[in-house]
Design a protein around this ligand. Structure first.
Ligand SMILES: [Zn+2]
Length: 317
């Protein structure tokens, strides 16, 4: 009974509903797009969903990140996401990963389809190479202001690197341009519909879709494979760890992420516990201005990169 309205819909039916149930997808990034997409996919009966995110929930997220409420502030997005989705559909399997997706842990996203809901171009190039190399389709989607773009990256379609150039400097992000909360809803609806088409083996969109909600304009832009594309020619720099991320500003929050090598959480806990009141979870140590993750990274609340580094030095020095 749960999926009756979808099974009556002629493009899905009972047979395709079963295909959805047998599918595994990975949702990378549980922000605005990710929460909305997760809600849609779980309700539509995708059998297994892997969720990957590195961040915690902040007040400024609640304007658009629909799964979260005020009582979730300060908790990791994947933990709350899994909890909420299990309440929506207990018949499906949700696997939560509180990690910063990178070349050394990328195998976690092995699935039938990868859904990009990140806010950073580095991760998109990484997913693109993983997907090309392992022949797994993925769907790129981004939103900014009242505008959004989405593109299916499949064997038949050009790859992300055929179309987009690698950034030489930081790109405009939602921190500088903001985002209208209707934009991720519209783009997640397109992304989820394309996901359902791909997972059920039906004809899907081959163009780059550009949607401006404020102007009510939707454009389909023809795209072509590039002969000189590095990735299509089998060169995987991101996947081989030749492109390093370093310190990054996380979009939509005041947090900087800094990688830390050889962190012994127990030692750190004992040391910091003498100085501060610390909250702990299975995966992290939470202090007022910093969160240390077991996986060797920290999220620091600071206005600039330099201030973030100074805070880290204060705790680790
Ligand atoms: Zn390419």
């Amino acid at each position: 009974m749960r999926y009756i309205k979808q099974e009556i819909f002629s493009k899905i039916g009972k047979e395709n509903q079963l295909k959805l149930y047998k599918s595994t997808v990975s949702v990378v990034g549980i922000g605005a797009l990710g929460t909305i997409l997760l809600d849609i996919l779980a309700r539509s009966g995708i059998g297994k969903i892997k969720i990957i995110d590195r961040d915690i929930i902040e007040l400024s997220n609640l304007q658009r990140q629909t799964l979260f409420t005020e009582e979730d502030l300060g908790k990791p997005k994947v933990v709350v996401g899994k909890e909420k989705i299990s309440q929506i559909n207990s018949e499906i399997d949700i696997e939560a990963h509180l990690i910063d997706l990178d070349h050394d842990n990328i195998n976690i996203i092995k699935s039938d389809l990868i859904l990009d809901c990140t806010d950073n171009i580095y991760t998109r190039f990484l997913i693109n190479e993983y997907s090309r190399k392992n022949n797994i389709p993925w769907i790129y989607t981004s939103v900014i202001g009242s505008k959004g773009m989405t593109m299916n990256v499949t064997k038949e379609n050009p790859c992300f690197a055929c179309i987009f150039k690698e950034p030489r400097q930081a790109l405009e992000t939602c921190d500088t341009y903001g985002v209208l909360n209707t934009t991720p809803h519209a783009l997640a609806a397109i992304q989820a519909t394309e996901a359902i088409k791909i997972l059920t083996g039906q004809d899907y969109n081959k163009d780059l879709i550009y949607y401006d909600l404020w102007k009510n304009e939707i454009n389909k832009i023809k795209i072509r494979k590039s002969k000189d594309c590095r990735v299509c020619n089998g060169i995987y720099s991101y996947l081989e760890g030749k492109k390093l991320k370093g310190t990054i500003k996380i979009c939509g929050s005041c947090n900087y992420q800094i990688k830390i090598d050889n962190i012994n959480m127990e030692d750190l806990f004992n040391k910091l516990n003498k100085l501060n009141s610390i909250k702990t979870t299975d995966d992290c140590l939470i202090l007022n201005d910093i969160i240390f993750f077991k996986t060797g990274r920290a999220l620091v609340r600071a206005k600039t990169k330099e201030k973030a580094k100074a805070i880290i030095d204060r705790y680790l020095g």
